[in-house]
Design a protein around this ligand. Structure first.
Ligand code: NAP
Length: 265
């Protein structure tokens, strides 16, 4: 049996085991995916220990995505973004970032992303991956609470940084709005409300707890198309699955499994 797992802290509420185990079962792959709470000081032991124990792969989640870089050979994308969310133990310890691909696939399910004007809230780990990927196809604006961090990221990706106070002026010309902050996570609050949104835009909230965040409710009120955070979660998980197995991931099966798990609570 092949062994996989997710390491993070906290990790109790991770939906990755449900999603990955369902995919293995559906494709008759003899594998098991578990979750492990790992303290920051023990991160190196956990990664190298998993390799010694014969694990095939790991996912890495908050708060270890940046520090994990130290223990892997990153591919070009992960090295460029500076964060790792997928490790594959094959002829060494290889590191990847599938968050970028997850967000792109989630968006492409409802809209073309080429040549668009995209406003991204946040400049943390998730925003770094998403903005790096999307800036290859579109014009990206970064609005972050700490302006200096937003500016640093915008400069790195060839985008533009704006202050959070200025989003109301810019929003009229935005095609796609992405929330990549923690605002809305287990709270009924948003950085922008329906009166400032418009029906010709796509609004994507990568936060998935709750599934329908305050921002998505406001976007619906404005008549905008919406995408929830589970879409990105599923697509980043599918990309990890494909790195590990070389087999096309059963995306619909994985999505059904996580949506059931969320509904069950
Ligand atoms: P992170 O690195 O800690 O970054 C947090 C970001 O949120 C920073 O830009 C921070 O701004 C901003 N922020 C925090 N509190 C704020 C406030 N009160 N007002 C305005 N901005 C605020 O976190 P992350 O790893 O990027 O994750 C962000 C969210 O995305 C989390 O909720 C996470 O669960 C979710 N996520 C979802 C997926 C998925 O697959 N759907 C994948 C990854 C992450 P400052 O720079 O000013 O602190």
């Amino acid at each position: 049996m092949k062994l996989f797992g997710i390491i993070g802290n906290p990790v109790k509420h991770s939906l990755s085991p449900v999603m990955q185990n369902e995919a293995f079962k559906y494709l008759n792959i003899d594998a098991c995916y578990l979750k492990f709470k790992v303290e920051e000081a023990k991160l190196g032991y956990a990664i190298l220990g998993a390799e010694s124990l014969g694990f095939s792969g790991l996912n890495v989640t908050v708060p270890h995505k940046e520090k994990a870089l130290k223990y892997v050979e990153p591919d070009e994308l992960a090295g460029e973004i500076g964060t790792v969310n997928t490790i594959y133990f094959k002829r060494g310890v290889k590191g990847f970032n599938t968050d970028a691909m997850g967000a792109k696939m989630a968006l492409e399910g409802v809209t073309d992303i080429k040549g668009k004007r995209i406003l991204i809230f946040g400049a943390g780990g998730a925003s770094k991956a998403i903005s790096y990927e999307l800036s290859r196809y579109s014009e990206v604006l970064i609005a972050n609470r700490t302006f200096s961090k937003g500016l640093k990221l915008a400069n790195k990706i060839g985008g533009e940084a704006i202050r959070l106070d200025d989003i109301f002026r810019e929003i009229k010309s935005v095609d796609i709005l992405i929330n990549a902050t923690t605002v809305g996570l287990n709270e009924d609050r948003s950085l922008i409300y329906s009166k400032n949104l418009h029906k010709d835009m796509v609004v994507f909230d990568i936060v998935y707890s709750p599934l329908k965040t305050c921002l998505l409710k406001e976007a619906e009120k404005a008549g905008a198309k919406t995408i929830d955070g589970l879409k990105m979660l599923v697509h980043q998980g599918a990309a990890s699955f494909e790195i590990w197995t070389g087999v096309k991931a059963p995306v619909k099966v994985m999505e059904r499994a996580v949506r059931h798990a969320v509904e069950r609570g």
